[in-house]
Design a protein around this ligand. Structure first.
Ligand SMILES: Cc1cc2nc3c(=O)[nH]c(=O)nc-3n(C[C@H](O)[C@H](O)[C@H](O)COP(=O)(O)O)c2cc1C
Length: 210
């Protein structure tokens, strides 16, 4: 079974991280979780066994007490990239989406992304407020990511058309479309993270397609 690197970012939907981790594990995958600082506001990191949970501070062991990098130390984000067969980012918040599209690499997860070969599979499960989702930046960023992964979408597509286009035409990239329902902030509209079984099915489909 595949090695899944599960990136988790600072959306309310990160409350589901322990359940998503368990679901993937019970399906037989080996799972490691790379969590951003902001995501830790939404789930208890103690719910994931420590060797399987990677935090930003793990990239810099001893830094807070003045230790310096030693030649035999590993570079964790590169180790994780080598280990993983697939990168799943669920939830993907607006901030990290923007970083992925622009190539910023200021935490462990975005360093993994920046070191990821475009030919290896990626699944993104965005989750954000409806107006954040409908903001023109969302389409711009998703289009840029698809282009960076080897398939440039036509410019005239709206968001729904863009997701369909990416899921049909980008062999190594799938977007688990956010759902239309009442959001944690009280607004009703598109932006809730896709259901966990949908995310698992999307992930399996990209793995099956090789
Ligand atoms: C209570 C709360 C809920 C949030 N929910 C979301 C969300 O669902 N989607 C989103 O894009 N940002 C959300 N944010 C904003 C992100 O947490 C913020 O942009 C953060 O800097 C993201 O950091 P990261 O991308 O490094 O995880 C929320 C912030 C707070 C305080």
């Amino acid at each position: 079974m595949a090695n899944i690197l599960l990136g988790v970012t600072g959306s309310v939907a990160a409350v589901k991280t322990p359940l998503l981790y368990e679901t993937l594990q019970h399906s037989g995958y080996a799972v490691k979780v790379v969590a951003t600082q902001a995501s830790l506001y939404f789930f208890d990191p103690a719910a994931i066994p420590r060797p399987s949970l990677v935090l930003d501070e793990d990239e810099w062991p001893g830094r807070s007490v003045g230790r310096r990098w030693q030649r035999e130390d590993e570079v964790l984000h590169i180790q994780l990239r080598r280990w993983a067969d697939i990168l799943l980012i669920a939830p993907l918040d607006a901030n990290t989406l923007a970083k992925l599209a622009n190539g910023l690499a200021d935490n462990c997860l975005t360093c993994v992304w920046r070191a990821w070969e475009p030919g290896r599979p990626v699944v993104l499960a965005p989750a954000m407020n409806t107006l954040m989702w409908q903001h023109p930046a969302t389409g711009r960023h998703l289009r840029q990511i698809a282009t960076d992964m080897g398939a440039a979408p036509p410019t005239e597509l709206g968001l729904d058309g863009l997701l369909d286009w990416i899921n049909t035409n980008c062999p190594h990239l799938r977007i688990a479309a956010p759902e239309d329902r009442r959001l944690a902030c009280g607004d009703v509209g598109v932006g809730a993270m896709a259901a966990l079984d949908t995310i698992a099915a999307v992930m399996q489909s990209v793995l099956d397609s090789g």
